[in-house]
Design a protein around this ligand. Sequence first.
Ligand code: HEM
Length: 225
Amino acid sequence: MKWFIDLFTSTLGRKALMALTGLFLVLFLAVHLAGNLQLLKDDGGRAFNIYAEFMSTNPLIQTVSKGNFAFILLHIAMSVYLTIKNRQARGPEGYAITSGKSSAWTSRNMGILGTLVLVFLVIHLKDFYGQMHFGQMEIVEYEGESYRNIYATVSYWFDKEWYVAVYVFCMAAVGFHLWHGFTSAFQTLGWSHPKYNPVINFVGKAFAVVVPALFALIPIWMYLN
Ligand code: HEM
């Protein structure tokens, strides 16, 4: 039980919580992308609507979804707490010299990048999640079964140039955030070993480029088609 209390009350524990929730969100992103790639199918949204209906009504997925929201909040709370603590420890002048790895651009700007991702999430959840769970939805029928037409909502938004531009910009922020965050989480948790570090680094960087790029491709593709 003590380790559980330490997790929430000690600085090391809070860092571990930020890393663990971050890695869970990485997993969520991979699954979310796999589902969303169905938007690229030329089927009028059928596959995506069937998938979204399943995801938003299956009790097990809905339980994981609640955990997902809790982890997002926990990740934000820990990052705000650790940033404030860091600033206090540094004093009013801050560090005069930043050196080596810690001076990498992404590492120094994780707070700004994270805030951009949060702004994106608020817009995204309002327009898509909010619509799916609390909005008035058009109903479509496939083989006698009724489904909410979330594809129509997504198409409506991705038909707007400015909206697509905001998405693509925000995906760059997600990418930069992951560029540092993915490998940093492994280091924080002590999951590092000279033999495996190059692999973790490669997978982290590849994930940070490929996943946001594919997320960005979806609105661009839908806008052009
Ligand atoms: C092209 C890009 C994207 C599309 C088309 C998309 C689409 C959607 C849709 C339709 C929903 C509502 C589904 C439902 O409630 O059943 C949803 C939920 C969500 N999206 Fe996205 N999404 C995209 C990118 C992202 C990105 C990059 C993130 C995170 C940085 C994200 C985070 C979320 C979260 C946290 C939820 C709530 C999931 C839950 O119920 O637990 N999405 N998205």
